[in-house]
Each structure stands twice: as C-alpha cells, then as structure tokens.
Design a protein around this ligand. Structure first.
Ligand code: FAD
Length: 311
C-alpha cells in the first residue's frame, strides 16, 4: 500500500490508512489505503470520474456482513454518511438514502402506515441491503424494490431497475466499483400501531434466537441449495446451515478469539481479541468438518474482503 495515490480533490473527507475495524460489526481487519466519505452525490460522482481507473474502489455500508482481512483494503474504500441518509415517504413508496439504517427506514415507514417491517431486524444500511438482497421473516429487498440510484466507477449517475440488479439469494449484480446512493421501495399500506407491534415482536424473536449483542456479521454460511430469484426458496429449504454445523460438532468451536456461537451455530463471533485470520480460519475449518460429516460444502454468506496480514 502507498499513501501517494494521485487522488482528486474532494469536498468530503479523504483519510489515508484509516483503520476499518471500528467500522465493522466484527471489529477486525486492517486499514483502508484511503477512506473516502463524500459530502454529497456530486462530490462522489466528481471524485470517481477523476480517479484513475486502475485504482480499486470498494463501497462499505455499516460493515454488518463483512470480514475485512488483517492486511486491509487496497485502493479507496467509500463510506456514505450524512448527505446520504434521508428518508422520504410517498404514495405507497419509500425512498431512502443508501446510508440510512434499515431499522430507521422500517420505523419511519411504519409511522407513515407503510409496511417495510422486514427491514427492522436487519442491522445494515440501505446500500448494503440492496447489494445483499437482504431479507428477514420471508420478505426480501427484491420483493419491495422499485429502483436504485447509483454512481458508476466512471462517475456516471444511473438509475438501476430490478432487471439490471438481477436479484439472487443474498446477492445482486452490481457493476464493479458502483456505489448505490439511494433506493426506492414500494410498500404495502398498514396500520401504524399494528406495524409497530409486529416489529416489536420480530425484534423479541430475533433477540431470543441470535447473539445480537455479540460482535458478529449475521449468518456465516448460506443455507445449502434451493436459491431462487427472490431468495425465498432458500430460506424455506429443509437443509439449514446451522443444523449441518451442529451435526458436525462445531457449535461453540473456537480458534484464537473466534467462536461459532453457542447460541446460534451459524453465527461466527469475535469473542474477544480475534483477528480476521482467526475468524476466516475457523470458518474454513467449519466448512471442512461439515463436508466430512455431510458431503456438502457450505458457501460463505459473510463477504471477506481485502488482503491477509503481511501482503
Ligand atoms: C446480528 C446480525 C443479524 C443479521 N441478520 C440479517 C438478516 O436477518 N437478513 C439479512 O439479509 N442479513 C442479515 N445480516 C447481515 C447484514 O446485516 C446484511 O447483509 C446487510 O444488508 C449488510 O448491510 P451493511 O450496510 O452492513 O453492508 P456491509 O456489510 O458494509 O457491506 C455488504 C456488501 O454491500 C456492499 N455495499 C454496502 N453499501 C453499498 C453501497 N452504498 N453501494 C454499493 N455496495 C454497497 C459492500 O460493498 C459489500 O459488498 C445480519 C447481520 C448481523 C450482524
């Protein structure tokens, strides 16, 4: 890594060698070669247009689905903040900035009698939710999505519809280096008090079954097979990753500071002092053990990004 990249001038904040651990839920990983926090959409677009094409760009949300490796991320990491977190409601529609938190969007929508309750228990941002086709309790972003506005790697501002994003199970097709800046959802109408009550019930259910107070990144591995264009079929599939991990005897397994949660076997946690290598190494050990016991290879759902230490 070098701090001499020829970077364009910006109105937001550009920070060299910015540690990323405190910007992720797992609290591990090395620095971004540069961290860019744009002031607004124009700042982001001008920056990307002027940035030499050979320099890699990686957008992050609030890091709730990421292991950043210990050597950090080369190039420019882009994190949206103020200026990208507005939420507007309309006639059965909600438009939210990519930095808005899913839970805030769900609550604001509910207060206006609009049902995006499925977002309430997902701890990410709207940019991350669209990118990951996030979903909970049987509803996915793909079910409510209208369009997203994005800035492409060359600085062009585009609107992407559902065909362009080609939603799959916990994934979408997003051009390399593109940054989502806002998304519009269609929301069924509902009674605000009933929607609030439903969300409270969902939060209680989640708190009872997941280690949400821990340093984790949610489900570590996808449930095997059954993926569909909305992802729904996958969650209804009998073969659950947590069950395969349990059967392989890996619930509670540890490596360094990394642990497979005793509360939910498919949640990898930083139990204290873990490195990214501990977490990824334990995850790979789980994959091997599950293969030995079931003949199935689990696929990572958590994204692992950046370079290992020493590279
Ligand atoms: C306790 C816990 C519970 C969870 N429960 C669920 C759940 O029920 N359902 C579920 O689907 N997920 C769940 N997750 C996983 C995670 O919250 C989701 O994947 C979430 O959508 C990630 O959003 P983020 O903002 O944290 O994105 P990040 O983790 O920061 O990034 C994830 C991906 O999105 C991309 N990205 C982020 N922002 C942008 C942007 N503006 N433009 C382009 N790309 C972008 C990143 O490049 C990366 O590829 C859970 C995680 C935790 C920790």
């Amino acid at each position: 890594m070098t701090d001499t990249l020829p970077l364009p001038a910006v109105r937001g904040t550009l920070t060299p060698f910015r540690p990323l651990a405190d910007l992720t839920w797992l609290r591990v990983g090395g620095p971004a070669e540069w961290l860019f926090q744009p002031a607004d959409v124009e700042d982001l677009s001008d920056f990307l247009a002027a940035l030499p094409p050979a320099i890699a760009v990686f957008p992050i949300g609030v890091g709730s689905n990421l292991i950043v490796r210990d050597g950090g991320i080369p190039g420019v990491v882009i994190r949206l903040g103020r200026g990208f977190n507005g939420i507007e409601t309309g006639d059965r529609t909600v438009r939210a900035g990519a930095a808005a938190l899913d839970a805030h969007v769900a609550r604001k929508a509910a207060a206006e009698g609009l049902d995006l309750t499925f977002l309430r228990t997902i701890p990410g941002s709207i940019g991350g939710a669209v990118r990951m086709n996030a979903g909970c309790y049987g509803t996915y972003v793909a079910d409510r999505f209208v369009s997203a506005e994005a800035i492409l790697r060359n600085g062009d501002r585009v609107v992407l519809g559902r065909e362009a994003l080609a939603f799959g199970y916990r994934e979408t097709f997003l051009p390399e280096g593109a940054v989502i800046v806002s998304a519009t959802f269609r929301a069924p109408s509902g009674d605000p008090a009933a929607l609030e009550a439903l969300m409270a019930e969902q939060v209680a259910r989640r708190d009872a079954s997941q280690p949400v107070k821990e340093r984790t990144a949610g489900s570590t591995f996808r449930n095997p097979s059954g993926a569909s264009s909305t992802g729904r079929a996958d969650d209804s599939h009998d073969m659950k990753a947590w069950k395969l991990i349990d059967d392989a005897g890996m619930r509670g397994a540890r490596r360094g500071g990394a642990e497979m949660s005793p509360k939910h076997a498919n949640f990898l946690i930083n139990a204290g002092g873990a490195t990214a290598a501990d977490l990824e190494g334990l995850g790979e050990e789980v994959r091997n053990k599950v293969f030995q016991s079931s003949g199935l290879w689990l696929e990572w759902e958590i994204m692992r990004v950046g370079t290992p230490a020493g590279n």
